[in-house]
Structure formats: C-alpha cells, structure tokens
Design a protein around this ligand. Sequence first.
Ligand code: CDP
Length: 222
Amino acid sequence: MMPPVIAIDGPSASGKGTVAAQVARELGFHYLDSGSLYRLVALAAQRAQVSFDDEAGLARLAAGLDVSFDGGEARLAGESVDEELRGEACSAGASRVARFPAVREALLARQRAMRRLPGLVADGRDMGSVVFPDAALKVFLTATAEVRAERRYKQLIEKGMPATIDILLADLRERDLRDANRPVAPLVQQADSVLLDTSAMGIAAAVAFVLAQWRERVPGLF
Ligand code: CDP
C-alpha cells in the first residue's frame, strides 16, 4: 500500500502552506511545499540568466536543481535562500516558469519521492489533480482575493519587507489568472475535493477542518 496523501490545493496566499504544514505536524506526516520548487526554478533561472521564456533551458535547470530542505529551510546548492524565495520576484517568476509542461514534468519525480510513511501533506495547485490523483483527501483551500492580499501584506510587513496592498492585489489577480488559465495543470477545484473557504476563518479553524475531514476518512486510525 502507498503511504497516504492529503492534497491541499488553492490560489496564492490562501493560507494553504501554513495550514498544510500544521496538519502535517499534527499527524506526524511529511510535508511538501510544491510551490517552493517552482520558486527555486525561478531563482535558479535568474542566477543562471536563463530566460523565463526558455522552456528547454528551464526544464534542464529544474531537472538538475541542487536543492535540500534543512528543517523546512530551502537551500540551493547549500545556500539558504528562504527569504529570496518568498519575495515578489520569485513569486511572479514561479508562476511564469510553472506554465511549461517540460518544467512541470521535470519536477514530478522529485515531488512523488516525498510520499513516504507514515504519510504526506502536499500543498500546491495540482497536488490532487496531477501529482497525487489518488490522494486519500483533497482539499481546495481558498479565500477572496481581497482577504488574500491583506494576508500577504501583513506577512511582508511583519518581515520588514516593503509592500503596497493595491500592488499585491493586482499581482495576486494576475497570478490567479495565469494559474487558472494555463493549458497544463491549471488551478481548478477537482470534483472529488472538499471546498474550504477561509475568507472568514482563522488558521486554527482551517487546520481543525482538515483534520476532521481526515479522521472521517480513516476512522479506524483514531
Ligand atoms: O504561496 P503562494 O500560494 O503564493 O505560492 P506558491 O504555492 O509558492 O506557488 C508559487 C507559484 O508556483 C504559483 O503561482 C504557481 O504558478 C506555481 N505552482 C504550480 O504551478 N504548481 C504547484 N503545485 C505549486 C505552485
């Protein structure tokens, strides 16, 4: 039997990363932040001066990405790059490199290799549709664009990074459009996923919701 997967997909800044990481911690599961892989490809491309339009060049970078996650901290060729990865340049770059089928294909095996016992919580855009279509639980976690822009704003300000709410909202909408309309692995709610709208919900309630859904599916374990 394959280790169980909880797939949490949704748009930018919906809080899915925080929720997924906490669910993983609660269950003692591994955690895959698939977005960070696309961010890493964008960063590696910037550094190697590979154009965001060069599909073959980007796919080569993606396949050879020298990445490690040290206690959740991303390292590119040994160097800690967490802060850079979260910046707006990598956010926008990630959604541009993620358009390409060859880039997505190059990252597939790396993502599936994270599926280890006792289980995996994976967050992204296509966890339930492409990477782990047999996930035991699929959640589509979302919130209105305004609420998401507000959350991203607070996050950046807390980190001492400059931010303007109007620009963040425009960027989010642009990224949502690109992610939802691309021909490969677009961001859409799967028919077999559970919708979780967190517009008026805090992190703790969202985590509790996912855990309750999980317990409903595997009652024997609890
Ligand atoms: O944190 P946020 O949701 O803003 O971004 P992220 O999850 O780190 O993903 C960054 C970008 O990578 C997204 O805008 C997507 O274009 C892309 N991505 C993807 O295509 N497929 C995934 N499974 C995860 C991210």
